[in-house]
Design a protein around this ligand. Structure first.
Ligand code: AMP
Ligand code: MG
Length: 400
């Protein structure tokens, strides 16, 4: 049996490079960017007018001029129109280029227009006001977005702005989720009194979907021969095999021996944790990695968040910060296991993240996941956990 930190270390030593591919930028949301996005020109690309109104030369105003003859009207997208004299102005729209003979934009709200003359009503137009000046945000050739991060809507905005119609992204691994167990039937079948529908595969796949990943699903009976045959196929055809069930001490838990028969090297079996103690992890020389999670629904779910997703992010070289919250109740946990406590998260009025325990009925009680937002990882060394103490959390439901 290994400790949680050791299990994590062993898993992270198996990080992989999944190479890259180029895809259309509008299919990139949630993928991992594999190139820097560079400014093809200054941002903004020109002195951009930010209010509808008139453009004047501020010096004229300082010299006492208050009425300006409207020489022309310039809309966004038009070539700039210069004034010829200081008592002239250009009626100008948001998004237009500021004419080089002007330096100040006064909005409609602060002028009065009559017979082609705009009279300024405000006493203090500031020079350069209502102008978003060229290159103020970023300069041409500057890096706008660094590689190795998830592509967000804001990154899509940047890609569109600089005309990147396709982006280099990290490839996703080929994943298969395999559940095992004779008691488990397909979800559209009617269970007998001693059967249940198999839910884990769909749960794990849904979590992966939330992270932009696809996965095939399979189910195997507790039959050594079939397990061997099907696992061999998966080892040869997928990068990642996520198993759920069949890794404990039961008479029909054939997975560990089958994996070892197929020369998947065991890197650990059993982690000093609750839930998820029977977790088995190994690698095959062809590169396939096997995360064999215990079948209890909460165990599989927790192990996916605690071990698989961090492994994936580090393989993609995406930097992620650990999250923490404050325990909001006293709690005692005696077993010599690192406890992943289910908690409900709430931001209090001071903006502090509080975690209230909702323990449920153990690792088989997946209805409790509906009431909770995260696992709080309580250190192995302690038995008594006090309200107000801070511990890491693994969030599975976004609360904001
Ligand atoms: P096992 O790890 O195979 O001993 O399974 C532990 C418990 O989880 C048993 O009660 C199983 O019936 C249950 N279980 C295993 N796999 C699934 C699954 N795919 N969906 C729902 N429950 C499961
Ligand atoms: Mg089983």
């Amino acid at each position: 049996m290994v400790r949680v930190e050791e299990a994590e270390k062993i898993i992270l030593q198996q990080c992989k490079d999944f190479e890259t591919e180029i895809i259309s930028f509008d299919n990139c949301l949630g993928r991992v960017l594999a190139e820097n996005i560079i400014a093809d020109r200054d941002l903004p690309a020109f002195d951009r007018v930010t209010m509808d109104g008139i453009a004047i030369n501020h010096e004229a105003f300082r010299n006492g001029e208050r009425s300006f003859k409207i020489k022309a009207t310039q809309s966004a997208g038009e070539k700039p129109i210069d004034i010829d004299a200081d008592d002239e102005c250009i009626e100008i729209m948001t998004g237009a280029v500021l004419p080089s003979t002007t330096d100040t934009v006064i909005p409609y709200e602060e002028i009065e227009i009559k017979d082609g003359i705009a009279t300024v009503k405000t006493e203090r137009p500031l020079i350069h006001q209502n102008i978003h000046s060229k290159g103020k945000d970023k300069k041409q050739n500057e890096i706008l977005v660094e590689a190795n991060q998830f592509i967000t809507p804001a990154i899509i905005a940047i890609a569109a702005t600089v005309g990147k119609t396709s982006l280099l992204v990290k490839k996703n691994p080929a994943i298969v989720i395999i559940s095992t167990g004779d008691e488990l039937i397909e979800i559209d079948e009617t269970p007998t009194a001693f059967q249940i529908r198999r839910s884990n595969g769909y749960t794990l796949r849904a979590v992966l979907q939330q992270h932009g990943l696809r996965a095939d699903i399979q189910h195997l009976p507790d039959d050594q021969k079939i397990i061997l045959e099907k696992l061999e196929y998966s080892i040869n055809n997928y990068d990642i095999i996520l198993l759920t069930g069949g890794v404990s001490m039961g008479k029909f838990d054939y997975i560990p021996s089958a994996l070892e028969n197929l020369r998947v090297k065991k890197l650990f079996h059993k982690v000093q944790q609750r839930p998820g103690k029977p977790f088995w992890f190994g690698s095959h020389q062809n590169g396939a990695l096997v995360f064999a999670f215990p079948g209890n629904p909460v165990s599989s779910f927790m192990c996916l968040y605690r071990y698989f997703l961090p492994w994936l992010r580090i393989s993609w070289q995406v930097k992620t910060d650990k999250n923490f919250a404050i325990l909001n109740e006293n709690l005692t946990f005696k077993p010599s296991l690192q406890y992943f406590l289910q908690v409900k998260l709430q931001n209090n009025e001071k903006g502090i993240l509080l975690a209230s325990p909702v323990e449920g009925n153990g690792s088989g009680d997946f209805t409790n996941l509906l009431q909770t937002d995260a696992f709080m990882e309580l250190p192995l060394e302690k038995v008594d956990f006090k309200k107000g103490e801070v511990f890491p959390i693994w969030v599975f439901k976004q609360i904001l």
